[in-house]
Design a protein around this ligand. Structure first.
Ligand code: ATP
Ligand code: MG
Length: 343
């Protein structure tokens, strides 16, 4: 085998709600970022497994000690179970890439991993620890930078990655972004879920609603601005399925992330060199699952009118754009960019 064939390059997007991997042998996989261990010996007998990962873990949650180990872009600190869960997620992604995490079949595994922009220094150490023994070489980069790299939007662009735990911003000036060119907010999908839960509970205190139901309602009906139709959902009230109108609550929860996102965007745009500001304003790219909220891109674009106008677009494939970007970077990176992991 030539050295190239012996090396497998991968891009990993370790996300709060979904994690994905893209590999140099053309594989792409996504898993829900959930890990669960059977609660007791009955659950163990039913499930016949020691640990469940992804959608399977979510589907069997009543029998599991279920963990979603990332929160606001960081591995929940001090919790051994959450640290073990992150390792399980990474192991599962590596296995899905066709590599045995223990032996690696004689291959060298090189991974570019995206983490939230501002937390880079803190989470870098956490991610390092979780990857020990799973990969041979690693490069940890900011999530929105990986997105920019994958889209080749490297010059005069602003990436806004609106995920579950964080919204990450990165201005691209044709080189590695500096700390000043990147920001992270915790106003993203999970924030909306929490606010929607509060608003719906205030209006319909009698209804029994789980976070999983709420999230599904949001993914089906999210919007900002004028509603196209009313949002009606069904939830049990005293055990009876009952129709609830949550149009106002949906709008209020989704619109809640707009002011901080707009403020941060304006701040970053004002810091761009004056002669390039118009170019960047016309090249604002939204990524991440929460960028799919109806009316969000036009609402952000409308705010740009105040400063001379601009253009906001949404990426086509928000699920794999981060891991594809990581892979592109892995394939281009010279030897000096890689950190060697302890065996
Ligand atoms: N159609 C939709 N409307 C609104 N929100 C959506 C929609 N589809 C997905 N989402 C939300 O997008 C978020 C997931 O997006 P994404 O996969 O980019 O996040 P992540 O990478 O897991 O999180 P992070 O980048 O913050 O770690 C979730 O909050 C999910 O509920
Ligand atoms: Mg993400």
């Amino acid at each position: 085998m030539s050295p190239k064939q012996k090396t497998l390059h991968v891009g990993i997007d370790l996300g709060t709600s979904r994690s994905s991997i893209s590999t140099s042998n053309d594989k792409r996989h996504m898993i829900q970022s959930y890990v669960g261990w059977p609660l007791d010996l009955v659950a163990r007998k039913v499930l016949k497994r020691d640990v469940l990962v992804g959608q399977e873990a979510l589907d069997n949650r009543s029998m599991l000690d279920l963990h979603r180990p990332l929160e606001e872009g960081l591995i929940k600190e001090g919790s051994e179970k959450d640290e073990a869960a992150v390792r399980e997620l990474l192991r599962t992604l590596v296995k899905l890439a066709g590599v045995d995490p223990e032996s690696r079949g004689g291959k060298e595994l090189r991974a570019v991993v995206g983490v939230p922009a501002e937390a880079l220094r803190v989470s870098k150490a956490q991610v390092h620890k979780a990857l020990a023994g799973l990969v041979d070489r690693v490069m940890i980069v900011s999530e929105p930078f990986a997105v920019a790299y994958g889209l080749e939007a490297l010059l005069h662009s602003l990436i806004i990655d609106i995920g579950a735990g964080t919204t990450d911003f990165c201005v691209m000036n044709g080189r590695f972004p500096t700390e000043d060119e990147q920001r992270t907010l915790t106003n993203a999908g999970d924030w909306i879920d929490e606010h929607l839960a509060q608003l719906v509970a205030n209006r319909h205190p009698e209804a029994k609603i789980s976070v999983h139901m709420l999230r599904q309602w949001k993914e089906d009906h999210s919007f900002v601005g004028k509603p196209k139709s009313s949002v009606k959902v069904t939830a049990p009230v005293d055990g009876v399925p009952t129709k609830l109108d949550i149009t106002d609550e949906m709008r209020q929860a989704c619109e809640g992330i707009l002011p901080p996102i707009i403020e941060t965007m304006m701040d970053l745009l004002a810091k761009v060199e004056p002669e390039f500001q118009e170019k960047v304003r016309n090249n604002i790219i939204l990524a991440g699952g929460s960028a799919l909220i109806k009316g969000l891109a036009p609402a952000i674009q409308q705010q740009l009118e105040k400063i001379g106008g601009g253009r906001v677009t949404v990426v086509k494939d928000p699920v794999f754009v981060g891991s594809d970007g990581g892979l592109a970077l892995a394939l281009d990176a010279p030897e000096s960019e890689w950190e060697k992991m302890p065996a």
